[in-house]
Ligand binder design. Sequence first.
Ligand code: GUN
Ligand code: FE
Length: 422
Amino acid sequence: MKKVYRGNIVFIKKMGELTSIKNGYLVVENGVIVSVDKVLSREYENLEIVDFGNKLIIPGFVDIHLHAPQINNLGLGADLELLDWLEKYTFPEEAKYRDLNYTEKSYSTLINKLWENGTTSSIIFGSIFKDSNILLSKMISRSGLKAYVGKVNMDKNSPDYYIEETEQSLIDTEDYINEISKLKNIRPIITPRFVPSCSKKLMYGLGELAKKYDLKIQSHLSENIGEVEWVKELHPDCENYIDVYEKYNLLRKDKVVMAHCVWSNKEEIKKLKEYNITVAHAPVSNGNLASGIAPINEFKENRVNIGLCSDLSGGHELFLGKVIKEAETFGKLKWINDKNKYNYLTTLDYFYFATKGSGKFFGNVGSLEENYDADFLVIDDSDLSDLNDRSLDERLKRFIYLGNGKNIIARYVNGIKIEKPF
Ligand code: GUN
Ligand code: FE
């Protein structure tokens, strides 16, 4: 099945280089982009054309790190730092997902919000409950959106009401992997919560499962100073936080995403690069929980792959346009603090992180190049226009700064139009 979409096509192939095609044509065959061009070549002339007129066509946003069972906590807990926030707000809320009725209602809201905000792909932390995670995976699959969904593991330093036995945690994880293996658009991902909540035995076991099923892995790294110190106390034999994950075989090359990395030092950054780990940059969360500002410039200089995330509900903002704007502001504040030692990143750099930077983790996702999945948004920015004729570059920036989900009039995943899920 081939189809042609016409509109103002904007995407970033390579950081620093915006491709913008006014009145261009996107040709999609079996869910994949086969041509993107200013003119429609002869061979496609007789195909049906969906004409979006003066609207923008951009890649769908890829939220590379969020916690599904924190959806009801948006906007809460910003008076606390990470470890107190987990105890007071997060664990009590996540524990409610033992109940499948609560799960279904809450996840309907979550998936609708992802849809509304143009997030076509995401990498998700679920709860510790197997059945609740299976339900989440089925619901996302049904919606047509794409996701990696992980069953969270935690067998120590966690409250009595939200903790697992090591063996059971591993059994449930394996069952979960098998149960969702055939769901469309959904992939499992190994998800140790973070070092403090995982025993050595659990980490080893999860590393084995990752190997057995050739799975990717997600976790948290060097988010908060108190957390980093705690990890050092728990694992005095490891020099840096990342060494713990390495020691327990949880750093699979090209297959790991680590959220935050706010306090990663030079050696840790070297390892991020060595294992080609994707950093999930979470500026809104890092501000809310007073965690700090991640050294994005150093990641970039060391050619570490970077993606952008909401970190729902550490971050309260699901529209990645807003997250891009916050990331840019935080980056500039850090640049001032760092005495202007480098060039700070700007809007389009963070737009790249929110699309292709994050999307790489899925394969050919997050760009509108040939051979990429046809995951795109159609943006009506007419309410953001002014009296001047604006370039596509300016219109994209305005959408990011001034727009929101309401400007998104259509979402496509693998070339299929996705309607409001619930
Ligand atoms: N570290 C361990 N768990 C969490 C969580 O739920 N959110 C954030 N931001 N960091 C964490
Ligand atoms: Fe997180």
